[in-house]
Design a protein around this ligand. Structure first.
Ligand SMILES: O=P(O)(O)OC[C@H]1O[C@@H](O)[C@H](O)[C@@H](O)[C@@H]1O
Length: 246
């Protein structure tokens, strides 16, 4: 592979947990106020399974629409927008309070790839991706960034369509077949596969590696729990996870 495109939330920075917590609070508030007619669909949002299945990797509105459609027959546009706006308020508050860090294993791999002059891009459905990468001090490691703001400006369809990744590869000047994609969401893995990318690396940080089979089913060539596993020589000590006591 001659270039690498990295998804952002959950791959570069530990911000996916903030997205999941904000979605959980917004969906549960909506479910409590508007219990679905079918009692089997009234249960709370599961921040692991439902996050992975309905919202991870998708734009804010697509994610809200996908989860709500799993609970009520035809959620109207106003409902989808209201829940998405509520999630956005909660997410920005969480980001302000807790911040986001880059995963140390990802930073090691990014530095190694820069040392070998491999063109690198970050791609994300999130409109916050630029600010999150900057606050985690890794924005400068990328040659290109295609985020939620850019994809809205260009009218790009979200994942599982490959448009974001194809735009990132185009900006790096490398054909998709010569470019790797690193992703933690099934929608993103599917997008990379559809786009004809040469290598699709899945990232499963769940404690029991329970998401790995799904990532493979959607087309990941390999799945790792930390990107330091892709270094030519793994670090002597495992990288320090963000937020853990030293
Ligand atoms: O609302 P934002 O920050 O523009 O982000 C949209 C989406 O961005 C993706 O990167 C996350 O995986 C989703 O959980 C999130 O909802």
């Amino acid at each position: 592979m001659q270039a690498v495109v990295f998804d952002t939330d959950g791959v570069i920075t530990d911000s996916a947990r903030l997205h999941a917590a904000a979605w959980q609070a917004a969906f549960d508030a909506w479910l409590a106020a508007h219990p679905p007619a079918d009692p089997a669909r009234r249960g709370p949002f599961d921040p692991v399974a439902d996050y992975a299945r309905y919202v991870d990797g998708k734009s804010r509105l697509d994610g809200a629409a996908a989860f709500l459609a799993s609970r009520v027959p035809e959620p109207d546009r106003a409902t989808v927008e209201a829940v998405a706006a509520d999630k956005e308020r909660r997410y920005t508050a969480l980001l302000r309070e807790r911040g986001a860090d880059a995963f140390p294993g990802t930073v090691l791999l990014l530095r190694e790839l820069r040392r070998t002059r491999t063109p690198l891009a970050a791609a994300s459905a999130s409109r916050h991706a630029r600010a999150v990468l900057a606050s985690a001090h890794v924005l400068g490691l990328f040659d290109a960034l295609v985020d939620g703001v850019e994809s809205a400006r260009l009218g790009l369809p979200g994942k599982p369509q490959p448009a974001l990744f194809l735009e990132a590869a185009r900006r790096l000047g490398v054909p998709p077949g010569r470019c790797a994609v690193v992703e933690d969401a099934t929608a993103g893995v599917a997008a990379a596969r559809r786009g004809g990318f040469g290598l699709v690396v899945g990232v499963d940080r769940s404690p029991g590696q329970e998401l790995a089979p799904e990532l493979r089913r959607y087309g990941a060539d390999l799945v790792v729990s930390d990107l330091s596993a892709l270094l030519p020589e793994p670090p002597a000590r495992p990288p320090h996870p963000p937020g853990a006591p030293r």
